[in-house]
Every structure is written in structure tokens, then in C-alpha cells.
Design a protein around this ligand. Structure first.
Ligand code: AMP
Ligand code: ZN
Length: 492
């Protein structure tokens, strides 16, 4: 079986065979959420994409150290170097401590990820917990003369850096175009050039999120935290760095420049970028209001969809697209995923009920297994894997109908593979109620209501009605038992 994993590397736009720096070990860093509000489904898609990647790497036997940070300082409005810190702004608006904002939305994020059955990363460092590391990095960059201090703030000198090491490798932007396209700051900023970015910002007197540093009481820049935390936990060169496509520029480009300015080598071997979830054809985003929260989806309390969708259906829907494709959220697509998911679960639960034959017919299990692994080895092609799982369900159905046969060894193998792809690799759970279970629930509710009506009739001495109910139910093989505690029923 071919187990060589191929990844699409955003750094060069090529699919490359994955070779970790230390055999059997993988270091993976993924930019985590900025915890100033509830995560929307778009954010969740990126984290579910990397959960799939984390799971599959582990499934292949790699020992993965997965670091996903929590951004709790330094991410300013509009992703720029000016404007208010997102967390501080929320704290001001709600008159609470910034750390209360952080706590509230970190908890919300973790709970949401648990609902989606995403595995917990190996380390979840916070930016505020790594201020010292960030200050040390700035000192190093200043020492290498790629950063300068102005009025207590420190900026990365992109033009100077680009003279020695090319800037723009990841995003494909070249410095000339950047200069051409950025508006001059006309003395409004301390920066030498508009392309420069902040490593440390001096805090205004009223700014609450502040720490002492050699340059001023202030706070670190957003790009710096990821360089500090990835280097600390994964080293100066590590295997995989991930995040949403929208972080490629400037965030990840700046991370590369920061690390290269100190170590003179590329910090990351494989850059992986997950594509966006859209709603009505537009990127789902907090700032535009074009978004839906996971809880609104699960409860059905939203104005977008007529029905609710469970976390596993939403996860399945997302995995039915490749992580590098754009996905648009729509009711019809979700309904189709819900049906598909039910079909998969029904197939899975039928495996244990199949009769064993003396030989297998109608399905090449080894070929199927290879196809499943080839799909995932080709840059984590989960939609193709799911299509193969549906092929297996068809086979399971024809086994159940007696149209094909399976021997004991093959049945064990099929069961093991189906279960491991469904639960371990795709990270799905069998929490869905089947149509029959749903039907049973409704029937129970209806009978309880009839019993209540019968009790009412009995207490008003309307024995004709109460007998009619008992006899009619009895004809349907539903037996009523009256006791001092009340009436119960049994469906025979
Ligand atoms: P933020 O909290 O804004 O730093 O974003 C957290 C993560 O969600 C980042 O990796 C973003 O790239 C990702 N993200 C934001 N919007 C979307 C979207 N519409 N679809 C997929 N990922 C997104
Ligand atoms: Zn980051």
C-alpha cells in the first residue's frame, strides 16, 4: 500500500512528498482564534480542516506536536498596526476586564470545538503568556539591524530586509508592487515606510493591555506572537504551519520575515492554507455581519435556514469539500449532507448484522482500501475518501440483501477500516438519531399525550372515553398499566 503523503505547499504552489525533519515526528503550528467574540462557522471550518490533518497524520503513525495559539493581545482592528486592540475594545464596550473577554471567548471556542469533535491540540499557548519571548525576539531583530525604534514603538524594516533576503515569497507579492500600492503615510505614522510593520507598540495612556519593555510600556505586534510561540515549542525550523487563506498576507509573510531576519533560514517547510467558508457567495466574516454562529445552526434559531443541523452534519458537510476549495453554506447542501451522513451511519451499523459466508464476492477490498488511502495521501482529499466510503455502503447494503457474500476475514477488515475512517480519520461521531429512532421518539410523545387525556377523562368519571382509549391502544398492541404512581405503557 502506498503511504507516501503528498501536501500542497503554499510556499511554492506545488504538491510535495511530505518528509518530516525528524523521522516519525511532526511539528505543526496553526494560528488560533482571536478571542474577542464567538467563533463563527467560517472560523470553525479552518480549525476542522486542521483537525482532519492532525488526525490523519496521527493515523499514519506520526507523533504530532500540534500547537494552536490563542490570540489574546496585539490583533488590532482591520489587521493593521493602527486602531484599537480587538480585545481591549470589547472590554471597553462591555465594561469588563480584557481577561474576562479572553476567558469568555476562549471557553466558547473550546466548547464549540468539542461539539465538532475536534481533538485538543498538544499545546495551546496564549500571546499574553509569551511577552518575554516576544521582547527577546525584538531585541534579536534589532541586533540584526532589521528593526528600528521610534517614540517607544519598534518596527520591522521591510525595505532593508528585502535588500538581503527576498520579502513576499509566500504571498507572491514583490516589494516594488507593495510600495506602489500602499498609500503614503504622510507623517501620520512613526514608520519609515508604509510596508513596515509593528513589532512593539507604545501604549497610549488609557490602553489597558500593557507590559514594560526596553522601549516603552506597550504591547507586542500580532505577527510576532506566532513567531515567538512556534519557535519556542517547535524550534527555529519546523514541519507544518497552517491557518486560513486570509492569513497568508500580511500575517504569515511577516512571520517568515521575522524568523528569517534572525535565523537566516526558512522557518517552515510546508505552509498549508485552508480555504474560506462563504455565505451567499461572500466570505463569512465577523466584521461584515455575513456570518452564522455554530449555536444558531445547531438550535435552528437563525433567519437563514428553515431547520437546524447537528454538529456532526455540519462537520460532515465541511469534510465533503477539499480543505483548499471554497465552500458556500446553503440549506440545500446541508440537507444533502444530512441525508448522506444518515446513509453512512446506517451502513456502518449494518456491518455488525451481516451474515458470514464462505467466500467474498462483488467487491475488491484491497483495491478499495488503497483508494481510500490514496485519496487521503493526496493532500488530504476527504471528499474523495467519503465517496469511497459510500461505495462501501453500497456493498454493505447488497450484503445485507443477500446479493453478495463476505467471508469472516474480509468482514473484520471492512469493519475495522470503515470504523477507523469514520471515527478516527474524519472525526465523526454516531450521535445522529436514525429516522426510526426519531419516529419512536415521536410515537412515545404521542402516546404519553393520549395517556394524559385518558387520565383527565378518568378523573372526570368519563369512563366511556377512558375505556375507548385503553381498548383502541390495546388493539394496536400498546398495553397500558395503571398503578398508584400513574399510568405507563408498553409497546408489544
Ligand atoms: P481570527 O479569529 O480572525 O484570527 O480567525 C481565526 C481563523 O479563522 C483564521 O485562521 C482565519 O483564517 C479563519 N477564518 C476567518 N474567516 C474564515 C472563513 N470565512 N472561512 C474559513 N476560515 C476563516
Ligand atoms: Zn498566527
Amino acid at each position: 500500500m502506498d503511504t507516501s503523503l503528498v501536501l500542497y505547499n503554499s510556499l511554492n504552489g506545488k504538491k510535495e512528498t511530505f518528509k518530516p525533519i525528524i523521522p516519525n515526528n511532526v511539528g505543526m503550528y496553526v494560528c488560533g482564534p482571536t478571542v474577542y467574540s464567538k467563533v463563527h462557522l467560517g472560523n470553525c471550518r479552518t480549525f476542522i480542516s486542521f483537525d482532519l490533518i492532525f488526525r490523519y497524520l496521527q493515523h499514519l503513525g506520526y507523533n504530532v506536536r500540534y500547537v494552536r495559539n490563542i490570540t489574546d493581545v496585539g490583533h488590532l482592528e482591520n489587521d493593521s498596526d493602527e486602531g484599537e486592540d480587538r480585545i481591549a475594545k470589547k472590554a471597553r464596550l462591555e465594561s469588563i476586564e480584557p481577561m474576562e473577554v479572553v476567558q469568555r471567548y476562549t471557553v466558547d471556542f473550546r466548547n464549540t470545538m468539542t461539539q465538532f469533535n475536534a481533538l485538543v491540540p498538544s499545546i495551546e499557548p496564549t500571546a499574553t503568556g509569551h511577552i518575554l519571548e516576544q521582547i527577546e525576539l525584538i531585541k534579536d531583530i534589532i541586533k540584526k539591524e532589521y528593526a528600528y525604534e521610534v517614540n517607544g514603538s519598534v518596527y520591522f524594516d521591510v525595505i532593508k530586509f528585502n535588500k538581503d533576503i527576498p520579502y513576499g515569497k509566500l504571498s507572491g507579492r514583490n516589494i516594488k508592487d507593495l510600495i506602489h500600492n500602499t498609500r503614503s503615510l504622510e507623517g501620520q505614522s512613526d514608520k519609515k515606510n508604509p510596508q513596515d510593520f509593528a513589532l512593539w507598540k507604545k501604549a497610549e495612556p488609557l490602553h489597558i493591555l500593557r507590559w514594560p519593555s526596553p522601549w516603552s510600556d506597550g504591547f507586542p505586534g500580532w505577527h510576532l506572537e506566532c513567531t515567538a510561540m512556534s519557535t519556542k515549542y517547535l524550534g527555529t525550523q519546523f514541519d507544518i504551519h497552517g491557518g486560513g487563506m486570509d492569513l497568508k498576507f500580511p500575517h504569515h509573510e511577516c512571520e517568515i520575515a521575522q524568523a528569517e531576519s534572525i535565523h537566516k533560514k526558512s522557518p517552515v517547510n510546508y505552509w498549508l492554507h485552508a480555504n474560506m467558508l462563504t455565505l451567499n457567495g461572500k466570505k463569512m466574516a465577523k466584521s461584515t455581519g455575513n456570518n452564522i454562529l455554530p449555536a444558531e445552526m445547531f438550535s435552528g434559531e437563525n433567519s437563514l435556514f428553515k431547520k437546524s443541523f447537528s454538529p456532526m452534519v455540519v462537520r460532515f458537510f465541511m469534510l465533503q469539500a477539499h480543505y483548499r476549495s471554497i465552500v458556500d453554506l446553503s440549506e440545500s447542501a446541508l440537507v444533502a449532507s444530512e441525508k448522506g451522513f444518515q446513509r453512512l451511519i446506517q451502513g456502518l451499523s449494518k456491518i455488525d448484522t451481516l451474515t458470514i459466508g464462505d467466500k467474498s464476492t462483488g467487491f475488491d477490498l484491497n483495491l478499495w482500501q488503497n483508494k481510500c488511502y490514496s485519496a487521503m495521501n493526496d493532500d488530504f482529499n476527504s471528499p474523495l475518501l467519503i465517496a469511497h466510503l459510500f461505495d462501501a455502503v453500497k456493498y454493505i447494503n447488497s450484503l445485507a440483501n443477500g446479493l453478495q457474500k463476505i467471508n469472516k476475514t474480509d468482514l473484520n477488515k471492512l469493519s475495522k477500516l470503515m470504523n477507523s475512517f469514520f471515527f478516527d480519520v474524519l472525526g465523526l461521531l454516531n450521535t445522529e438519531k436514525t429516522q426510526t429512532e426519531k419516529g419512536n421518539q415521536k410515537l412515545d410523545g404521542a402516546i404519553k399525550l393520549i395517556l394524559e387525556l385518558r387520565n383527565k377523562a378518568r378523573s372526570s368519571k368519563d369512563f366511556d372515553t377512558s375505556d375507548l382509549i385503553r381498548n383502541s391502544l390495546s388493539e394496536l398492541n400498546i398495553e397500558i398499566n395503571d398503578s398508584l404512581e400513574g399510568s405507563t405503557f408498553k409497546i408489544n
